[in-house]
Ligand binder design. Sequence first.
Ligand SMILES: [Ca+2]
Ligand SMILES: [Ca+2]
Ligand SMILES: [Ca+2]
Length: 179
Amino acid sequence: MSLTLSYPILFVFLYTGKVIGEACPNGWTRHDDSCYFFMDIHETWQDASAHCEAFDAQLASIETQREDDFLRNHLVQLHAHDPTSRVMYWVDGTDVSTESEWVWAYSEEPILDYTHWCPNQPDNAGSNEDCLRLGKVGSYCGFGWDDGDCESKEFFVCERHDKDITEPNVDGAVSGIIG
Ligand SMILES: [Ca+2]
Ligand SMILES: [Ca+2]
Ligand SMILES: [Ca+2]
């Protein structure tokens, strides 16, 4: 391959790489540096997490009030005309390792700086609630935080942060041309 051909190809791949970081895949919603998918199938917390991983994502981790507001507002809109009184979405928080010590499972960061528990939560009901969900039960705490039984089957939110996107095609194309 001649050098004159290599430059346009190199440019195309670099440009594509930039677009990947800005657009979300079909069905995903962009907010700040992440793409989110609101999955309306019921899974245990563990299976929900595996589903997200299959999409090269994780269950959502809510690090800031801004992110929490975005998710809550989105869910409120999504279910504004939903007659179902009980709707829950798993996110990535858990205290399964040590009771009452909540962490984001994927990053292993403790949940300290920002929380938005519903009134009287987390209550570790039945001594068996170790996974974090955003819950709506009637008018109760519209999609605030609740600890739930990890085995109960709920909807879930996947998050894919831009920094976690691997771009093997870009690196491969560039090194292939240079090499
Ligand atoms: Ca996040
Ligand atoms: Ca617990
Ligand atoms: Ca609870």
